[in-house]
Design a protein around this ligand. Structure first.
Ligand code: PAF
Length: 281
């Protein structure tokens, strides 16, 4: 597995790969890899001839400076793991390679900016859109792999690909969970012992909501009961629990009018912000 830190050398290498008509799969990450990321690598390895992973902690998508400062960066370990999972190439650029000058482009993803992550993390999706567009232009993959835990991020990237005519097949892969249900996240290592114990309640509340909606409970009542549950279980500071149409992430008031519904949640435990979601139908 080769590691590239500069764009021209990477482009040169990928030109050679493309000459062989190889299908290229791409997994963009911010490092601190866990089994969720590695499952994306495995899926790409299965579906393509050549797999690229990028490791770049993208400063412009952090709306909270403390979060950026404390984001884990075990990058040597990450690279070692990628080699063991069949990844063919790692792109691991420095900040000045990705942003030689202060970026001026700002994305606005319309309605997706006014709900859930968009509402609570202003500027976040613009930063995600910018780095993903740059990485797509640099790597020009056939397919790109993302985790379903970041459901709204996936919707944003779908919109980016559609509006900018990227010829890339997007794959949204299942969330990988710890044995107790907690969705894997690079931020989980920052949870205190007590908060780590409480954290699986976030998945429990999603399962509870799913059960209620499947039994015909009205979304507004289910949302109220889920909020109460989280108040009673652990020191969660809830940002949102939203019941949304999985296709467009618009709020659902009546399940009958939608073919696919998800419940999305974001909450703080101490100084760690956790998000998760579940598909109901
Ligand atoms: O999901 C992530 O890890 C990041 O948002 C991404 C897509 C790698 C962009 O920095």
């Amino acid at each position: 597995m080769e590691v590239f830190r500069e764009i021209p050398a990477l482009r040169h290498k990928l030109k050679e790969i493309r000459k062989k008509d190889a299908a290229i799969g791409f997994v963009p990450t911010m490092g601190a890899l866990h089994k969720g990321h590695l499952s994306l690598i495995s899926q790409s390895v299965e579906e393509n001839d050549f797999t690229i992973c990028s490791i770049f902690v993208n400063p412009v998508q952090f709306n909270n400076i403390e979060d950026l400062k404390h984001y884990p960066r075990p990058h040597s370990l990450d690279i070692e793991m990628l080699g063991n999972y069949g990844c063919d190439l790692v792109f691991y650029p420095d900040e000045n390679v990705m942003y030689p000058a202060e970026p001026q482009i700002v994305f606005n993803f319309g309605e997706l900016e006014n709900t859930m992550e968009g509402k609570y993390r202003p500027g976040h999706f613009s930063g995600v859109g910018l780095v993903v567009a740059k990485l797509f232009n640099i790597t020009m993959p056939d397919a790109a792999y993302f985790g379903k835990k970041d459901l709204q991020q996936f919707a944003v990237i779908q919109s980016l690909v559609k509006e900018l005519n990227f010829d890339i097949h997007l794959r949204c892969c299942d969330t990988i969970r710890e044995h107790d249900g907690l969705a894997m996240s690079s931020r989980n290592v920052r949870l205190s012992d007590a908060d780590r114990q409480a954290a699986p309640k976030l998945y429990e509340v999603l399962c509870l909501g799913k059960e209620m909606l499947q039994k015909g409970v009205a979304p507004s009542l289910a949302q109220m009961k889920m909020t109460e549950f989280l108040k009673k279980n652990g020191n969660f500071v809830l940002e949102y629990i939203e019941i949304v149409d999985s296709e467009n992430l618009k709020t659902v008031t009546d399940c009958k009018n939608h073919s696919t519904i998800s419940i999305c949640v974001a909450a703080w435990l101490g100084n760690v912000r956790l998000i998760d979601n579940i598909t109901v139908f």
